[in-house]
Ligand binder design. Structure first.
Ligand SMILES: NC(=O)c1ccc[n+]([C@@H]2O[C@H](COP(=O)([O-])OP(=O)(O)OC[C@H]3O[C@@H](n4cnc5c(N)ncnc54)[C@H](OP(=O)(O)O)[C@@H]3O)[C@@H](O)[C@H]2O)c1
Length: 420
């Protein structure tokens, strides 16, 4: 295992959903550091004039506790009766891995999309304003600060159009303790409050299936927001939500493809069957999230969702890869105890150096995704269940591996700390 000390940061490379294994693999075998690769962007324009035509007054309703929407609620959600072109959808986290695809999907479906973005967006702020506009082609882009409620509220008011639906794809880019609470809870809450202040009556939240078993700080932050979102819908009869909890993304599973192609073994923990997931592609997940804008059967629902096909363990993912390469399978099985040892060391060090709390958290994230499945957790048996995890979409992991073998991992970069 490669644990790297730099002048200020103790950096245990880890990753969500087996991508820890990727980093582990690349460092264990090669002792190389994989950094993010900037990606190319298409062209676009900014146009709010269409939106100005569609302003409306939205009256918020009295408090009535209800978990399932009443007929009254649905009829009050007047945006549901409008055509997509007349529905204003605000997307926060619009510049992320999933957010970009959500914007594209909503634009393709004809909604009026307003993407909220930072002036420097993307991993480590690599994209300029111009590049962000190009990236969110077809959407109106509102440059603002989701971490500042007043600033966000003001920006939305300045648009001079009412918001109908907020879609949040916000997520901490580091997975660090403070940043998780700042983004996965506070900034997402700001988007709810500012969205509602500006007329929104439906909130679609991109969450994660792993919050079912919350052992990590970002999971606790997400769960707190989920709970408050549900309370909001109980107390405000005119307000609804859809919480989307996906399984693993392709980017989290593709990191070993090029290494294996280059002759390295496929690295996995234990016997390679400690965990399983139903990987989902960005376009398929974006399509599911876009469905949540109007589908009445997704109102006030928590929606676990995976990609097509059966659940796959790391061992099965490795076997797919070797089959595609026409190579004899070569696995490196790493005892899970090595992670426990590393976490123990980090937990000890963090008591002496509190500034290392994020490094310790990254270790725990790595351990979590090495051993916990990204599947529905059966409340009765306490076991993960592939059968109970719904499938959606058409893109398979095998096709994704084929593409990475052909074209590389461009566009599939992990976040700032190569965690998510
Ligand atoms: N990886 C997986 O396998 C997996 C599986 C299931 C669920 N999930 C969940 O899916 C969600 C989205 O993941 P993703 O990979 O699409 O995330 P991502 O690529 O890291 O995108 C994060 C988004 O949040 C924004 N953001 C982060 N920090 C910000 C800040 N300080 N101020 C303003 N905006 C900020 C980013 O804006 P900038 O571009 O300006 O940074 C970006 O738009 C996460 O909640 C994750 O837990 C992931």
């Amino acid at each position: 295992m490669s644990i790297c000390f730099s002048s200020r940061v103790f950096n245990l490379h880890s990753a969500k959903n087996q991508s820890f294994v990727t980093r582990f693999s690349s460092q264990f075998i090669n002792q190389i550091h994989v950094s993010s690769i900037p990606y190319a962007l298409p062209s676009s324009s900014l146009n709010l004039s269409e939106l100005l035509k569609h302003s409306r007054q939205k009256k918020l309703n009295p408090i009535t506790a209800s978990t399932t929407p009443s007929v009254e609620t649905l009829s009050q959600s007047s945006f549901r009766n409008k055509k997509p072109k007349d529905i204003n959808v605000l997307v926060v986290g619009s510049t992320g891995y999933i957010g970009k695809f959500v914007v594209k999907e909503l634009v393709d479906r004809g909604f009026n999309v307003i993407g909220v973005a930072r002036e420097k967006s993307g991993i480590r702020g690599q994209n300029s304003k111009e590049e962000t506009l190009n990236q969110l082609k077809g959407a109106n882009v509102c440059f603002s600060d989701v971490t500042n409620l007043d600033a966000l509220d003001k920006s939305l008011r300045n648009l001079k159009v009412p918001i109908d639906v907020v879609v949040s794809c916000l997520a901490s880019r580091t997975g660090g303790v403070k940043d998780s609470w700042k983004i996965d809870y506070e900034a997402t809450k700001n988007s709810l409050v500012a969205g509602k202040n500006n007329g929104a009556s439906h909130f679609v939240l991109l969450s994660a299936i792993c919050v079912q078993k919350p052992l990590l700080e970002f999971q606790r932050a997400k769960l707190k927001f989920e709970a408050e979102l549900m309370t909001e819908a109980e107390e405000d009869n005119g307000f609804t939500y859809s919480i989307v909890r996906p399984t693993a993304f392709f980017k989290s599973l593709g990191g070993q493809v090029e290494l294996v192609r280059d002759g390295k073994p496929y690295v996995m923990f234990g016997d390679g069957k400690l965990c399983a997931c139903k990987p989902i592609s960005e376009p398929d997940l974006a399509s599911f999230i876009a469905d949540c804008v109007l589908s009445e059967d997704k109102i006030n629902q928590v929606l676990p969702i995976g990609g097509p096909g059966t659940a796959l363990t790391p061992l099965e993912q490795g076997e797919i890869l070797f089959r595609l390469l026409g190579k004899e399978p070569k696995f490196l099985k790493v005892p899970i105890g090595i992670m426990d040892f590393a976490i123990g060391v980090l937990d000890f060090l963090v008591k002496i150096f509190p500034s290392m709390e994020d490094a310790a958290e990254y270790g725990k994230i790595g351990r979590y995704y090495a051993a916990e499945s990204m599947l529905v957790l059966d409340a009765e048996t306490g076991e993960y269940s592939a059968e109970q995890t719904p499938s959606y979409g058409k893109d398979t992991l095998e096709e994704f591996f084929e593409r990475v073998l052909r074209e590389g991992m461009a566009g599939q970069e992990l976040g700032e700390q190569t965690i998510f």
